[in-house]
Design a protein around this ligand. Structure first.
Ligand code: PLP
Length: 457
């Protein structure tokens, strides 16, 4: 077969089969839920550009905040220095989290925010050992050697925590990371809960968290540093929702076994589920939390790891060996922090916006279900997420199942950006999307899906 043109000349486009012809959309501008290509076509960004642009593209408040910040300070190394934007943003974030945490540790992407949580968790136990050792008499039974080392994590099969080696390690083993399987440090992977397709045939009412049975057996061995999980929604695995009962049970087991609860809110943080954070909706209290995607409203890279008092206090020491030696060059960038402040302020004014978006999503989903009938499976809406599974074709490996790509390419003809995950189609629009644009997305879905099997492509 003839080799087609490369997809781009100089730039390696991610998550793309390099030698496969795929028409890249050359984008020149964006505003609100729209972006515009070189031919002047107006597209609807139905996934907030990978879940980041929560207030719409180039929100004037964020643009203004960045412009103002640029007049005084661009960037300063955060080691040995501090600045108002970092301090103000940290304070606002801790308030969003209703003071469940003590400190905010900055980085610049979700994978890093997760890895920082992992390193903090491991060092939390190491520091404890050092404390115990210092207090115990030399050679006594209390010294280090006795306790189990806690350097491993309990994880879930449907989890996605990022693409760096560390964050990949605590993600479920999938098509994405299988190639690097030998680099994985040992973890215990528990089957993930999935309340829309419960393997135990239960409903949330009859559920006794049977899906956690092997997890429970394992955590009781008391040798794990932490449990790492995306609260209430496994995002990248296909918008898999699960009940808060699961998190409550995990939290109880964590407390019982002195295991840390590490929540990855890179996707769910900043209001995606209707509350500021998913853990608030679930009513649990994590020890560490990672967030990133919506933090600056998609304008600049920024991520944060929230550290509870319990964890932080173990690092409050003059002992260099108990300090946390971790930093990224652009940590706490002043422009990113200024964008973050504006983004958090916007979020505080958007409570009602998200609620009405949620009911709008429900309404549209119901209509789509009525129009498309039985092939539309597991329709689900939570906060600003709507998802369903399409049953036309089922391949062994969901992501490679070409149906998702076919749907995506068909939608392009309607100038709608969605990126189905295998046969799961989801919409994660900016919270501020208009009803009109939302209807256009659902209408495009109807047209594409009702024609899929008819060879019109
Ligand atoms: C996207 C995502 C990450 C990774 O974030 P990056 O900024 O892409 O490194 C981690 N965890 C979750 C839940 C995510 O959705």
């Amino acid at each position: 077969m003839m080799k087609t043109d490369p997809v781009s000349t100089y730039t390696w486009i991610p998550l793309t089969i390099q030698d496969e012809a795929e028409d890249l959309v050359p984008v020149i501008s964006a505003t609100k839920e729209f972006f515009y290509d070189e031919d002047g076509n107006e597209w609807i960004d139905g996934i907030s550009s990978w879940w980041t642009v929560i207030h719409g593209h180039r929100h004037p408040n964020i643009v203004q905040a960045i412009e103002t910040q640029l007049k005084s300070l661009d960037h300063i190394i955060l080691a040995g220095h501090v600045h108002k934007p970092a301090e103000i943003l940290s304070k606002k974030l801790l308030e969003l989290a209703e003071n469940d945490f003590e400190k905010v540790f900055y980085s610049d992407n979700g994978s890093n925010a997760v890895e920082i949580a992992l390193k903090l968790a491991i060092q939390y136990y190491k520091n404890q050992s050092v404390e115990v050792e210092a207090e115990a008499e030399v050679g006594s039974e209390d010294s280090l050697s006795g306790g189990p080392s806690r350097e491993s994590f309990l994880i879930f099969s449907s989890s996605y925590h990022g693409d760096s080696i560390g964050s990949m390690n605590v993600s479920g083993l999938t098509y994405f990371n299988r190639i690097f399987a030998n680099l994985r440090f040992p973890t215990f992977e528990s089957p993930a809960p999935n309340c829309f397709q419960c393997k135990f045939g239960k409903t949330p009412d009859s559920c006794k968290t049977e899906c956690l049975n092997s997890f429970e057996e394992e955590i009781l061995k008391e040798r794990y540093a932490g449990v790492v999980i995306e609260p209430l929604v496994f995002g990248a695995a296909g918008m898999i929702f699960y009940d808060k009962k699961v998190l409550e049970k995990i939290q109880t087991l964590c407390e019982k076994t002195n295991t840390l609860l590490i929540l990855d809110e890179v996707f769910t943080g900043m209001g995606r589920l209707g509350k500021n954070f998913a853990y608030q909706l679930a009513g649990v209290k994590p020890d560490l939390l990672a967030m990133a995607k919506g933090l600056t409203g998609g304008c600049l890279p920024l991520a944060a790891t929230f550290v509870s008092k319990k964890i932080y206090s173990r690092f409050q020491t003059k002992d260099p060996f108990r300090s946390f030696f971790h930093a990224h060059t652009m940590t706490g960038n002043a422009l990113s922090c200024a964008a973050g402040i504006a983004s958090v302020d916007l979020l505080l004014s958007e409570k009602e916006t998200i609620l009405s978006l949620e009911s709008n999503l429900r309404k549209n989903m119901k209509e789509l279900q009525n129009r498309l009938g039985g092939k539309l499976k597991n329709p689900r809406v939570l906060g600003a997420i709507a998802a369903f599974d399409w049953s036309e074709e089922i391949a062994e490996d969901e992501y490679l199942n070409p149906i998702g790509k076919r749907i995506r390419n068909q939608l392009k003809k309607n100038f709608v950006l969605l990126r189905p995950l295998g046969r799961t189609i989801y919409i994660t629009p900016p919270y501020t999307i208009s009803s009109d644009s939302l209807e256009k997305i659902f209408q495009a879905l109807y047209e594409v899906l009702s024609n899929l099997g008819r060879g019109i492509e």
